[in-house]
Design a protein around this ligand. Structure first.
Ligand code: SAM
Length: 336
């Protein structure tokens, strides 16, 4: 991957003066887990092969997006590692001039066996979703008995050179709230960045409706382990508030879409597996790119659609714990 120091003049500045430079791409709607809070198990859609963007189509859209000002692309899903040909695709993606950061988000089920290929493709950092450290509970949440396999991949990741390795922990009241201290303790023995993410009440009816936990409460609980020392933010940092315990190898972060929404600094666009461009995770507005791609639109015409989507980015979401988003899309389809 070639870094370019001079950023192109961005054409992706929205009505609220936010510069969008981060594109999250869901390369498949399929997943090898069915997490109860993410996927409605009774309604698992599977897009046909022709309904999802081909890798060539995605790469073309990435090149156009980079020419407009995108410098970071995250590959997600569904579960990105289940899509056939993903390692060759990553290899092509990391060759695109102007992309400076290309992390992937995975559930880690296929990580251990494929970690060398991910590295060889030029990916430098990964996020692994892991909501519990208990194998029985893992099975209950995800529907699959895969905890040990996932954990082996996670342990391997820093040894192979991924840096940082972030563990995404969605805060699920009554399900994993007894494990926050255990997750935080991991940072004393491993260089992992634990990211506690507030649960967003969208897309699934299966989630328990008990009082949801916000980051402030988790922070209070973690103080039992010592003082959380703020970590200075880097320029490419996302919305996480970052902390460290004294003497720890890893970090703790809080992502608070509910209690401290970060819409004013949101720099994201999302491309779904079916080729829809969404300027906000929590709004159903989207622009179709697949149809125009397949009708033979030029790069310039596709760029115009991307710019149009940016102009429609809402100023903020209206989600709160008491006001769930009435979204038609589900997380596994949009990409989280
Ligand atoms: N399969 C990959 C994985 O598990 O990381 C990528 C896709 S998954 C949809 C991306 C992230 O969204 C995961 O970390 C998942 O826990 C998170 N997620 C799903 N539903 C969520 C919700 N309602 N609130 C907050 N995070 C959610």
């Amino acid at each position: 991957m070639e870094n370019i120091l001079k950023l192109p003049n961005s054409k992706l500045i929205d009505k609220y003066n936010r510069r969008l430079n981060y594109l999250r791409i869901s390369i498949t709607d399929r997943c090898n887990l069915q997490c109860s809070y993410c996927t409605n198990r009774s309604l698992i859609p599977k897009l046909g092969h022709k309904e999802i963007l081909s890798y060539e189509e995605i790469l073309r859209l990435v090149r156009i997006s980079v020419s407009l000002g995108i410098s970071k692309v995250r590959i997600t899903g569904g579960e990105p590692l289940v899509r056939k040909g993903v390692y060759d695709f990553l290899n092509e993606l990391t060759k695109i001039n102007g992309l400076m950061d290309i992390p992937i988000t995975t559930n880690g089920v296929l990580l251990k066996d494929n970690i060398e290929m991910i590295k060889a493709a030029g990916i430098k950092r990964i996020n692994v979703s892991l909501d519990t450290l208990k194998s029985q509970k893992y099975k209950e949440i995800t529907g699959h008995d895969m905890f040990h396999q996932v954990w082996e991949g996670i342990e391997l990741a820093p040894k192979i050179g991924f840096d940082p390795v972030k563990l995404n922990v969605v805060v699920l009241n009554g399900i994993n709230d007894d494990e926050f201290l255990d997750f935080a303790r991991i940072t004393f023995s491993y260089p992992f960045h634990i990211r506690f993410i507030e649960y967003m009440p969208i897309g699934t009816p299966r989630m328990s409706t008990g009082r949801s936990l916000l980051a402030s409460e988790i922070k209070n609980r973690l103080s039992a382990l010592g003082k959380l020392i703020p970590v200075e933010k880097g320029i490419n940092d996302g919305p996480a508030e970052r902390f460290k315990f004294e003497g720890a190898k890893g970090e703790i972060g809080f992502i608070c879409p509910i209690s401290r929404h970060f819409c004013n600094m949101c720099n994201r666009l999302r491309l779904t597996a079916s080729g829809q461009l969404r300027p906000c995770l929590l709004s159903d507005y989207q622009e179709d790119l697949k149809g125009p791609l397949r009708k033979g639109y030029s790069d310039k015409q596709l760029a115009e659609i991307i710019i149009k989507a940016v102009r429609h980015k809402p100023s903020r979401h209206n989600l709160s714990m008491n006001y769930p988003a009435g979204l038609s899309g589900q997380m596994h389809a949009i990409g989280g």
